[in-house]
Design a protein around this ligand. Structure first.
Ligand code: MTE
Ligand code: HPA
Ligand code: MOS
Length: 756
C-alpha cells in the first residue's frame, strides 16, 4: 500500500493488485466466456471440469445467492449469462483454481451447446431494426427550418467515428477475502469502490455494511474502471464465498480487451446552414451510438454527447437525436471525454468543411462562431457561458504559435512538393465540468491529526495516475501549513468514507479537495481558539506554516505544530474532523434537456501541424502548441502531464487505434500485437504546452480548474491536420473518417489522386 501517488509510478515500484503478497490459502478466479456473440445456451455441463486437479469451484448463474444483475443503471447486465448470450466474451461460468493452467484445462472439459443466432454488429442495422437500449435523446433550440432558411449555404454529410480501448497498464482485477464475521474484504482496482460494494452485496444477498472495498493506487482507469471494475469484484466475491478462501482475479490483457467495453463507436449524419462569412445559422444531426449489448453508462454518455454538440460554438438553431443502438458486442463504457469527443469531432469536422467550402481560414471560421458575450452566449440547453476566454486564448495561441506565417509556409511547401503535404488544424475545447447526474457531485473527507503533528486524510477519490493524491496533499498542506511529508492520503475505504461517487467526470480534485479543505478549516478554527489562549496570539494574526505556528507580528517566535497538538490533546480537544461538499448551484432537467448542468467550463486550444506522405500514409507530427486554462493550477507539473497524456490518448483514438471484429462478432484486435496505441516516438517533434495565465476560478479548489478529460479533445487537431494535408493533395476537402490510420491515408490519397 502506498500513498505516494505518482512518485512510485515513475520509479516503477508501485505495487498493483497483482503484486500484493499472496494471502494464505489464496486461489485464483477465472472466467469461462461465451464463445459466440449471440445465442441460446441449450445445455451446459461442467461435472467433468470440476474433477480437474487444482479446481476448487465452478459457479454458474444458478449459484448466485442474490440477484443476477450488476448493471449500474438498468437490470440488463447479468453477473453470469443464464440462457441467453449476447456477445463473444460474456461471462458464463466462474472457476476457482490453483492457477490459470488448471483453470484452462478445466474449461476445455466444459460441455456447452449453444444455438447460435445472427449477431447484430452494425449500429446502422440496429437503427433500422429500432433496436435501442433506451429511449433516444433529443435536444432542440430555435426553429431549425428558419435557421436553414437564413443560411446562404447548406452542407450535409456523414462522419464515421471509431471506438477506443482504454489500455490502462494494469488490467482489471480484485482480491476478495471472506472474513470470520461473515463479511468480505475486497481489494479492488476500481474508480468506484462504492459501486463495487453495492454490486457485491446485491449478488451475495448481504448488506452493504458487510462489504469493505479498499483501493490503493490503480494503474490507470480512463473510465474503464468506473462501472466495469464491478465485474471482477463481484466474480471474485462469489468465488471467495463459495470456497471460503481468498480469491484473486486479475484478467490477462486479452481477456480484458475482449470482455470489457470501450469508447463508443458512432456514426453521425449532420446538416448545417451557414452564411457567406461561415457563421452557422442551424445545425441538425443524428448520432447512432454503438452501445454494445447492455446499457451500462450509455445513457449518461449519450447525454454528455448531447451537451457537447456545440463545443465552443454558438448554435442559434439546433436539433439533434442520439440513438443508443444495441449490438452484440461488449458493452461500451466510459472513456475519457465520455461521449463529448464524438460530438466535438463532428462539429470540428464541420468547421473545416465550412471553411473549405468558402475558401476561408478555418481558424477564422471557428473564431466567428465562438460563444461571445451578449446574445451569443447561451448553450442549446440554456446554460449561460460565463467567464468566456475563447477569443483571448485563440488570439494568444495564434500569436505564440506563429500561425499566419506557418500557414503560408505550409502552403508554399505544398506547392513545391507533390507527394508530401503539410496541414495545420486548430481545435478549441469548451468542456463542462460536473456529473450531469447532479446528485453525484458530492464528496466527503475525514482528517485525523496525530500527536506528532502528522495528518491522515481520508477521502473518496481514487488515485489512478492522474495525480489526485499529490493534489490533495497540496490542498491539505496549504490549508494547514503542513509539510507534504507529514501528510498521508489513506487508501480509499468504503468503511471510512461511505457513499462516494466514482472518481470520474474530471471532478476528483474539486469534490474531494473541497471536502478536505472544509474539514481542515473546521479543525483549524477549533485549534485557533486554543492557540490564541495558549500562546497568547491574537486570532487574526495566527500563521500556520511548515508545521509551525506563529504570530505574524512576531515571526521569530515559532511553535512546532507537534507541541500545539500535544497540548490540545492534553486539553481534551478533538483532533479529528469530517466534512461534506456538494457542488453548488447546478441542476438539470433530463426531460427537457435544459438547466445548468455544469459548475463551469474548461477552455483551451491546440494547434497541430503535420507532414504526410501520400504514397506511404506515413506522417510526421511537426509541432503541437497547446494553450489551456487551468486557472491557478494546483500543480503545473501534474497538469502539464495530464494535458500531454490526454492529447496523446486523443491522438491515438483518431489516428492509430482501430477495433476490428470479424463477422461473427469476435474482437480480432485483442492485444498490443494488433491494436496499436501511441508510443513515445509518436509525440509531436516540437510539443509546447502552456497554461493560459491570469484566470483563477473563484469557485474552484484554491482557484484551480479540473484537468482530466478536456485536453483529450486536442488530439482531434492531429486528425484534422492530416485531413488538411490530404485535402491539399486532392485539391478539395477530403472527408476523413476516424481513425485516420496510415492505411486509410494511403487509400484516400490514391483514390483522390486518381481524380486529380
Ligand atoms: N490520468 C491517468 N494517468 N490515468 C487515468 O486513468 N483517467 C482520466 C483522467 N486522467 C486517468 C487520467 C479520466 S477518464 C478522468 S475522469 C480523470 O482523470 C479522473 O480523475 P480526476 O477527476 O481526479 O481528474
Ligand atoms: N462523467 C463520467 N462518469 C459519469 C458521468 C459523467 O458525466 N455521469 C455518470 N457517470
Ligand atoms: Mo472519466 S471517463 O469520467 O473516468
Amino acid at each position: 500500500m502506498t500513498d505516494k501517488g505518482l512518485e512510485t509510478h515513475v520509479l516503477g515500484t508501485t505495487r498493483f493488485l497483482d503484486d500484493l503478497d499472496k494471502p494464505h490459502n489464496q486461489v485464483g478466479g477465472f472466467v469461462f466466456p461465451s464463445p459466440v456473440a449471440h445465442g441460446i445456451i441449450r445445455e451446459i455441463d461442467f461435472t467433468e471440469a470440476l474433477q480437474c486437479p487444482g479446481v476448487h469451484a465452478i459457479l454458474s448463474a444458478k449459484d448466485i445467492p442474490g440477484v443476477n444483475s450488476m448493471g449500474p443503471a438498468a437490470e440488463d447486465e447479468p453477473v453470469l449469462a443464464t440462457s441467453k448470450v449476447e456477445y463473444a466474451g460474456q461471462a458464463v461460468l466462474l472457476v476457482a483454481a490453483d492457477n490459470r493452467a488448471c483453470a484452462k484445462k478445466a474449461m476445455e472439459k466444459v460441455k456447452i451447446r449453444i444455438e447460435a443466432l445472427p449477431p447484430v454488429l452494425d449500429p446502422e442495422v440496429a437503427f433500422k431494426n429500432r433496436d435501442f437500449l433506451f429511449n433516444p435523446l433529443h435536444i432542440e433550440r430555435g426553429e431549425i427550418n428558419s435557421g436553414f432558411d437564413l443560411a446562404d449555404h447548406l452542407l450535409e454529410g456523414k462522419l464515421e467515428i471509431g471506438g477506443q480501448e482504454h489500455f490502462y497498464l494494469e488490467t482489471q482485477g480484485s482480491l476478495a477475502t471472506p472474513l470470520p464475521d461473515g463479511s468480505l474484504h475486497i481489494a479492488s482496482g476500481t474508480q468506484d469502490p462504492t459501486a463495487n460494494q453495492h454490486a457485491v452485496a446485491k449478488a451475495l444477498n448481504i448488506e452493504a455494511s458487510k462489504v469493505e472495498v479498499t483501493v490503493h493506487v490503480i494503474g490507470g482507469g480512463f473510465g474503464g474502471k468506473e462501472t466495469q471494475s464491478t465485474w471482477c469484484a463481484v466474480w471474485s466475491a462469489l468465488l471467495a464465498t463459495a470456497c471460503q478462501r481468498p480469491v484473486r482475479m486479475v484478467l490477462d490483457r486479452r481477456e480484458d480487451m475482449v470482455f470489457t467495453g470501450k469508447r463508443h463507436p458512432a456514426v453521425a449524419y449532420y446538416k448545417v446552414g451557414y452564411t457567406g462569412e461561415g457563421v452557422l445559422t442551424a445545425y441538425s444531426s443524428r448520432f447512432l451510438f454503438d452501445c454494445g449489448y447492455c446499457s451500462d453508462l450509455s445513457y449518461a454518455i449519450l447525454e454528455r454527447c448531447m451537451l457537447h454538440l456545440d463545443n465552443a460554438y454558438y448554435l442559434p438553431a439546433i436539433q439533434s437525436d442520439i440513438y443508443p443502438c444495441k449490438t452484440n458486442k461488449a458493452s461500451n463504457t466510459a472513456l475519457r471525454g465520455f461521449g463529448a469527443p464524438q460530438a466535438i469531432a463532428v462539429i470540428e469536422h464541420i468547421m473545416e468543411e465550412v471553411a473549405a467550402a468558402l475558401d476561408l481560414d478555418p481558424a477564422l471560421v471557428r473564431q466567428r462562431n465562438f460563444y461571445a458575450p451578449g446574445s451569443r452566449n447561451v448553450t442549446p440547453y440554456g446554460q449561460v457561458v460565463k467567464d468566456n476566454v475563447l477569443k483571448a486564448v485563440w488570439q494568444q495561441l495564434l500569436t505564440s504559435a506563429d500561425y499566419e506565417k506557418r500557414k503560408a509556409a505550409a502552403a508554399d511547401f505544398n506547392k513545391r512538393n507533390k507527394f508530401t503535404k503539410r496541414g495545420l488544424a486548430l481545435v478549441p475545447v469548451k468542456f463542462g465540468i460536473s456529473y450531469t447526474t447532479t446528485f453525484l457531485n458530492q464528496g466527503a473527507a475525514l482528517v485525523n491529526l496525530y500527536k506528532d503533528g502528522s495528518l491522515t486524510v481520508h477521502q473518496g477519490g481514487v488515485e489512478m495516475g492522474q495525480g489526485l493524491y499529490d493534489k490533495m496533499k497540496t490542498v491539505a498542506g496549504r490549508e494547514f501549513g503542513l509539510k507534504k511529508e507529514a501528510i498521508r492520503i489513506y487508501p480509499v475505504n468504503t468503511m471510512i468514507i461511505p457513499n462516494t461517487s466514482a472518481t470520474a467526470a474530471s471532478t476528483g480534485s474539486d469534490l474531494n479537495g473541497h471536502a478536505i479543505k472544509r474539514a481542515l478549516d473546521r479543525l483549524k478554527k477549533r485549534l485557533n481558539g486554543f492557540i490564541s489562549t495558549t500562546y497568547n496570539i491574537p486570532l487574526s494574526s495566527i500563521v500556520w506554516e511548515d508545521s509551525l505556528i506563529y504570530d505574524k507580528n512576531k515571526p521569530d517566535i515559532k511553535h512546532p505544530l507537534k507541541d500545539l497538538v500535544q497540548k490540545a490533546h492534553a486539553a481534551q480537544i478533538s483532533l479529528s474532523e469530517q466534512a461534506f461538499y456538494k457542488t453548488p448551484g447546478i441542476y438539470f432537467d433530463k426531460t427537457t434537456a435544459t438547466g445548468k448542468p455544469f459548475y463551469y467550463f474548461v477552455t483551451g486550444m491546440a494547434l497541430t501541424e503535420v507532414e504526410a506522405n501520400m504514397l506511404t500514409g506515413d506522417y510526421r507530427l511537426l509541432r503541437t502548441d497547446i494553450l489551456h486554462d487551468v486557472g491557478d493550477s494546483l500543480d503545473w507539473a501534474i497538469d502539464k502531464g495530464q494535458i500531454a497524456g490526454a492529447f496523446v490518448q486523443g491522438m491515438g483514438w483518431v489516428t492509430l487505434e482501430e477495433l476490428i471484429h470479424d463477422n461473427r462478432g469476435n474482437l480480432l484486435t485483442s492485444g498490443p500485437d494488433t491494436y496499436k496505441i501511441p508510443g513515445i516516438a509518436d509525440i509531436p517533434e516540437d510539443f509546447r504546452i502552456h497554461p493560459f495565465p491570469g484566470n483563477p476560478f473563484k469557485g474552484g479548489i484554491l482557484g484551480s480548474r479540473a484537468i482530466g478529460e478536456p485536453p483529450l479533445m486536442y488530439g482531434l487537431s492531429v486528425w484534422l491536420a492530416i485531413k488538411n494535408a490530404l485535402s491539399a493533395y486532392a485539391g478539395r476537402a477530403v472527408i476523413l473518417h476516424i481513425p485516420a490510420t496510415k492505411e486509410r491515408i494511403v487509400m484516400y490519397a490514391s483514390a483522390y489522386g486518381k481524380m486529380v
